[in-house]
Design a protein around this ligand. Sequence first.
Ligand code: BG6
Length: 501
Amino acid sequence: MTEPHLFVIYGGTGDLTGRKLLPSMYQIMVDSGIAEQSVLLGIGSRELDDIGYRDYARKSLSEAGIDDVDPWCDERVYYQRVPRGEQSLGALADKIAAIETAHHLPGNRVFYLALPPTAVPTVITGLSKAGLSQSPGWTRVVVEKPFGHDLASAQELNRLIHRHFDESQIYRIDHYLGKETVRNLLAFRFANMLFESSWDRDRVDAIEITVAESLGIGSRSTYYDGAGVIRDMMQNHLTQLLALVAMEAPHSFEPEAIRDAKVQLLNAVRHIDLEELTLGQYGSGHINGGSVPGYRNEPDVPADSITPTYVSLRVDIDNWRWQGVPFYLRTGKRMPDKSSQIVVRFRPPPICLFHGKRDQCEEHQNTIKLILQPNEGFEVNFDVKSPGETLHLVEKKLRFMYADEFDRLPDAYQTLLFDIIQGDQTLFVRSDEVEASWRLYDPVIAAADNGHPLDIYPAGTWGPPGRHTPIQAAGRPIRGEVRTSPQASATPPQTPRDEGR
Ligand code: BG6
């Protein structure tokens, strides 16, 4: 049941709020019918009043394709100006008190900090000093990723937040956890014995996790040049995918049981081998037929920036289930397509019985491909004998697509905002989990900052040219190629698409 509450968005005129938070809040009210329970307060440094912010909200909703929102906007949306870096939040506390009185709210509050990581500590301290960490109802604080910029800063931030809020009040958000297909990973694995019984070192040869984006950094250079792809994507989104695809079954579906299982998995990851690390930065090139500038020519990016926009690496997990199975993680900006997927490659049969021309083995590795974007679903690839006298194998697939079976999938933010309002922390990252994840990437970030080779790849390509993808470097056959021996592949480097997306 939804309790009446005030939803406060710090960073209320920022990009994330306009594109995601306002449309998602509105959609929740429509879909869940909670408009009567919810009042929204935007906080920003812009000189706006309530009326001005209502216009801003209407415009943002309209840009997201949502019109006809007047009653909600005019009755339940407010604004408070707080200058950047302001530590004294007395005026905000007064505004909150006035809104809660006017709407008869019992003091249930969400503070969503849609802010760059550097701004978070000041706001947390300011909220506490203004008496806003406690209330007659519940108080929840939402912190966007990246949480800190390395292990030490994440630990420091955890300590700071814990001085003012209990862990049960903190929602570290990673929007990948709200994606329907990511949430389905748990159902896929733990509701289907067919798959889960094959999900281990005896059956699986390798797992690839790829998140490719065609977008560049847009107008976010100030944030991005300090963060880079490791902090922006790898430490959080891809690592969450890794945890969900590899974790043990939780003993229940309670939030703590799931989060315990994820932490246990992250703690079993071996030190990342820097020999297997490839870093890249996009140069100029073409996307969808149009030319785009290289990263160093994006507005406000230093001409000698060494910030990576592409990373690929290998993860090994030292536990009974996964010992010896490599996980290849890669992500990059300015690739030809937007595409996120997890490919589970199964071991080839121990002996090849099906030989084709030149005595080559005709069997392909079975794969399960979990497609997270753009067309959510999954595929199971397997061999069949093609009809005819000669014994010839061809690869075919069974395919399930969400769009074929269900209506519109909710936006990830919609799911997560609703969970925050309901007080469900399952899809949020716990303090020990965020620290376990940074522990993996501190050495990778140090390498990137200290001269690890950075390859420039043309925008519109699948990453650094001339480099073997990790899966090829490991001598594993590319899915779909004719296998001559399980160890060697003479196939030239191929794109993620060629490798079985
Ligand atoms: C964000 C990153 O967290 O995720 C962006 O900061 C990235 O750089 C985005 O573009 C990708 O999200 P999605 O949902 O479009 O895959």
